[in-house]
Design a protein around this ligand. Structure first.
Ligand SMILES: Cc1ncc(C[n+]2csc(CCOP(=O)(O)OP(=O)(O)O)c2C)c(N)n1
Ligand code: SF4
Length: 213
């Protein structure tokens, strides 16, 4: 039986101190242990963004793909090797902006994989522009007078696409998030786990306290 240590590699994450993504990484590792996986039975397929770096920080198969394209890679991988546990990860920009078409169609295609969407309501990696999840009025360098676009509701979009497993977690609630990922992986179809994973550097509005409320 593999332990948490077996899923750790020696790469030091370069996320900012306090970033919500650390806990998502930990929850994924704990879930893999809870599910009795071995590192070679897990493939993490990530998009581009701070969240996309996750595939490099866990000892398992990892693919750091292209922006908004984690799901096409992940679906191809699962079709080619159905034995693998395939988990795709990415940010709200990755999945709800450039990758939105892929997200919608992957949900309705219902291939057996899990998508962990790390939602911080902002583009972190590119230093703080609005994402489709940003609140109305949210001020950034690209929206100096405030965001005028109504945010996308990820969960409603997923329901409209016919999602067969849908959950929402919060990165500081580590055990709950782990349990959600475990249940998602066990689900025999496409599972979406949306995780509120705050960006402490470029989003001073949607903070841990804000998400908690
Ligand atoms: C085709 C393409 N367009 C734009 C970019 C620039 N880019 C990189 S990451 C990113 C958005 C990141 O935001 P998000 O997906 O929310 O992830 P986060 O960094 O917040 O985790 C953008 C626009 C890119 N790498 N490739
Ligand atoms: S910029 Fe934001 S999302 Fe990126 S590592 Fe820092 S806190 Fe996390």
């Amino acid at each position: 039986m593999a332990t948490l240590q077996d899923f750790k590699n020696n790469v030091k994450p370069n996320w900012c101190p306090g970033c919500g993504d650390y806990a998502v990484q930990m929850a994924l590792q704990k879930a893999a242990v809870q599910l009795g996986m071995k590192p070679y039975e897990l493939a993490l397929v990530c998009g581009i963004g701070c969240s996309g770096r996750l595939s490099g920080y866990i000892y398992a198969y990892g693919m750091h793909t292209t922006h908004g394209r984690a799901l096409p890679f992940a679906q191809g991988l699962k079709i080619a090797n159905p034995e693998l546990n395939v988990i795709a990860c990415g940010g709200d920009g990755d999945g709800m902006a450039i990758g939105m078409g892929h997200t919608f169609h992957a949900i309705r295609r219902n291939i057996n994989l899990t998508y962990v969407l790390m939602d911080n309501h902002v583009y972190g990696l590119t230093k703080g522009q609005t994402s489709p999840r940003s609140d109305l009025g949210f001020k950034t360098k690209t929206t100096p007078t405030g965001n005028i676009e109504t945010p996308v509701s990820t969960l409603e979009m997923a329901l409209a696409a016919g999602v067969t497993f849908l959950a929402q977690g919060f990165s500081p609630q580590l055990q709950e998030l782990t349990d959600l990922i475990v249940a998602a992986v066990k689900h025999p179809g496409f599972s979406l786990v949306n995780v509120f994973s705050p960006c402490v550097t470029f989003n001073k509005v949607n903070t841990y306290e804000w998400f908690k409320d």
